[in-house]
Design a protein around this ligand. Structure first.
Ligand SMILES: NC(=O)c1ccc[n+]([C@@H]2O[C@H](COP(=O)([O-])OP(=O)(O)OC[C@H]3O[C@@H](n4cnc5c(N)ncnc54)[C@H](O)[C@@H]3O)[C@@H](O)[C@H]2O)c1
Length: 438
């Protein structure tokens, strides 16, 4: 059997096999396609690693229902549907049709590959209480927006769903994956409702479910259903991620403190970058010098217009509210202020560059926070645009015209993340993407 046949017999994609064999994807593809490698040591070592890799074969297949087919729900549904019977409910009929036609509902390379290559036991439906019956697990992954009045994440949708589920199914284990405020799950007073936070990155949703950094289960480990759920999730991770059991309140805290740390880190490097702009020093040199200390780390340190996206702003705000009762709260309570002042600083810097141009036109290359994610929810560039418009700057969008016209008409081109398509107009581009990593 060749290495390609071996991989296929285990139902793995080339990317998964490359990770198991510990070789870059490009090198792995060569092992499969170039026969001159057949006798090489590298081929033999990769073959033996792949051969000894045990594909999860569940003792029993479960019936699983996922409510809310977004980044979180759809990726977990795909992951679990390889070995289990998975149903998905969403209120959006377009999404339901797409899922049933095996079409991707957002940009994600790995999900697209799985939809094409794997046999998935997955069916999507519009809301229907009948589907709550006969399930082993029900996973809730609907949005939890920030509620300005309470200062917390809104959990009304989850509360309604739990009530509805319990009216037809008293005992099924319900897993809340939506991000909640700390202490929410306890208020439901139901030992068969647990909280398990999600840490995926948009655009890499399935990848991060296949290789989770950790699996956090907020529920009573002595409840056999809870333990089994932890094992189910672990057995679907290709890195056999560590499972940590704790109380639901602690698990909710893990999620909010993780996202607040990420927001804090973005803000820290952005403030460093603002200092560099103001003092005319090279931000890249300073960040590299700072980050090579292994305690700090050379990653997640690229300046931007500010953190954005669906999660970091709302989760940080919710934690800030909950920190209100803690005397020692200076650092966390200032994250949001730092992000606002970063955006204001960027606007000021741009306006200074435009000051001698009459009726300046600023072109928006992309509204995305993360390059190629296709997601523009709450991206920081949108706040920058609003403030520029208030200052009388005319804004145009690449999405409304050809790239040639866009480059010609714009006095300045704004992009949170750089793209080589802009190489010929580099002198017009305004970005703080100083590392321009993909
Ligand atoms: N996006 C992320 O990177 C991420 C990461 C970790 C945690 N989370 C959290 O997970 C939750 C979901 O986030 P998301 O990004 O997947 O959201 P999303 O907006 O991408 O998807 C949510 C889906 O739920 C559907 N929906 C809403 N109400 C519903 C209902 N009552 N019944 C059935 N379907 C319903 C919507 O139509 C939508 O398709 C949020 O609490 C979020 O904070 C998100």
């Amino acid at each position: 059997m060749t290495i390609k046949e071996l991989r296929k017999s285990k139902g793995l994609t080339q990317e998964e096999a490359s990770k198991i064999c510990n070789v870059p994807l490009r090198s792995y593809k060569r092992l499969e396609n170039d026969s001159s490698y057949l006798t090489s040591l590298r081929y033999k070592s990769a073959y033996s690693l792949l051969d000894s890799y045990k594909v999860y074969e569940p003792q029993s297949k479960y019936n699983i229902l996922v409510i809310g087919a977004g980044y979180v729900g759809f990726s977990i549904a795909i992951l679990l549907s390889i070995n289990n019977q998975v149903s998905v409910i969403d209120i959006n009929s377009d999404k339901v049709n797409k899922i049933n036609n095996r079409e991707p509902i957002f940009k994600d390379k790995e999900i697209e590959a799985w939809l094409k290559e794997k046999k998935l036991n997955l069916k999507a439906y519009l809301p229907n209480k009948e589907l709550y019956k006969g399930q082993d697990y029900i996973i809730i992954s609907i949005p939890t927006d920030y509620n300005i009045e309470s200062g917390l994440l809104s959990t009304t949708g989850i509360e309604n769903l739990v009530k509805e589920i319990r009216s037809v199914n008293k005992n099924v284990l319900i897993i809340i994956k939506s991000t909640c405020y700390i202490g929410f799950s306890e208020t439901l007073k139901d030992k068969n409702v647990i909280y398990s936070p999600e840490f995926l990155r948009e655009g890499k949703a399935l990848h991060d479910n296949l290789y989770p950094s950790r699996i956090i289960i907020g529920g009573d480990k002595s409840n056999p259903k809870v333990k089994k759920y932890g094992l189910l999730m672990q057995s679907h991770s290709l890195n056999r991620a560590k499972v940590l059991y704790m109380s639901s309140k602690e698990a909710e805290a893990v999620k909010l403190f993780s996202n607040a740390y990420l927001a804090l880190r973005v803000s820290y490097f952005n403030e460093l970058d603002s200092f560099a702009i103001k003092n005319d020093i090279n931000s890249k040199n300073v960040i590299e010098g700072v980050s090579l200390d292994s305690r700090i780390g050379d990653y997640y340190n690229n300046p931007s217009f500010g953190y954005g996206g669906y999660c970091l702003p709302k989760d940080t705000m919710s934690l800030i509210s909950q920190m209100g009762g803690v005397e020692n709260n200076e650092l966390i309570s200032s994250i949001n202020r730092s992000n606002k002042s970063r955006k204001a600083y960027i606007v000021k810097d741009i306006l200074a560059l435009l000051k001698d141009i009459p009726n300046p036109v600023v072109g928006i290359y992309s509204l995305e926070s993360k390059k190629g994610s296709g997601n523009i929810r709450y991206s920081s560039i949108q706040d920058v645009i609003t403030d520029l418009e208030r200052s009388g700057v005319q804004i145009i969008y690449l999405s409304d015209m050809s790239i040639e016209e866009f480059k010609k008409v714009s006095n300045l081109i704004l992009t949170n993340r750089y793209d080589s398509q802009l190489d010929d107009v580099k002198n017009k581009v305004y970005t703080r993407d100083i590392f321009a990593r993909d």
